[in-house]
Design a protein around this ligand. Structure first.
Ligand code: SF4
Length: 247
């Protein structure tokens, strides 16, 4: 797992993190941010290991069963053209500058996208969650905040075919709208059980920008993390054995 890194170069503070650090830090618990900066790494849980296995199986299944046309640069640039990238083949980089009274900051979030495509001009990002008991989502009408923040980060990024910090490798996908899809899949069958989806609107974009700014100020120690005051969250937290704020 990628940790949060802070480098000061000339007059700019460079803050690099993984999309998952941002989504987990703002969507689950803000106290995870300073822990990640300190280098605390959770041991991969059984559910994470099994989820990763399911992702690999899904990627392999697509390679063996779905014939995708190679995507050309011309096709990417043509907003009218429908395109679909192979699973787990596209990396994302989001760059966001902030000017605070104390310093100028460039936040950079890197990730890897499960599935990205453009359908009738709409940019679609899909993220699959492979869970042991998808029925736990029966009553939920919306995804968890961390799940939403993750797909919003992907939708507002530039893309590349390999993990790269070189802007030469990045491309954009022209589009008329942005849509996210979070598929809750049964880990055993890998079949989607429930799908949350939505078009990014101005409210979501505002929520996302506020979260990016908060993540940045907590990481740079400009603001203090806020506690969620939820014992069940602490009990389920993968960093609980390292955290002095556990309740
Ligand atoms: S143990 Fe609780 S306070 Fe600490 S990082 Fe986890 S959820 Fe946050």
């Amino acid at each position: 797992m990628f940790l949060i890194k802070i480098n000061r170069e000339n007059d700019v503070t460079l803050l690099n993190a993984a999309v998952s650090d941002f989504a987990d830090g703002l969507g689950y618990c803000e106290y995870k941010i300073p822990l990640s900066i300190k280098g605390v790494k959770p041991k991969p849980s059984q559910s994470l290991i099994l989820g990763t296995k399911a992702h690999h199986a899904e990627e392999k299944y697509e390679q063996e069963h779905v014939e995708l046309e190679p995507v050309s640069v011309e096709a990417i640039e043509d907003e009218q053209e429908d395109i679909e990238f192979a699973r787990e083949n596209v990396y994302s980089t989001l760059s966001m500058p902030f000017e605070f009274p104390s310093e100028n900051v460039l936040l950079s979030l890197s990730g890897r996208i499960d599935k990205i495509m453009r359908v009738e001009g709409t940019l679609v990002v899909q993220d699959d969650k492979f869970v042991a008991r998808p029925q736990t989502y029966d009553k939920k009408t919306q995804p968890y905040p961390s799940q939403l923040l993750q797909v919003l980060a992907y939708l507002n990024s530039v893309y590349s075919a390999k993990r790269s910090k070189d802007p030469e490798d990045w491309f954009e996908m022209p589009h008329t709208a942005k849509k996210w899809q979070i598929r809750i899949c049964d880990r055993k069958t890998r079949e989607p059980y429930k799908i949350f989806s939505g078009y990014q609107d101005s409210f979501e974009l505002h929520y996302f920008h506020t979260a990016l700014e908060k993540f940045t100020t907590i990481a740079l120690d400009i603001t203090e993390p806020e506690h969620h005051n939820s014992k069940p969250k602490c009990d389920a937290c993968n960093l609980k054995s390292f955290c002095e704020f556990r309740i």
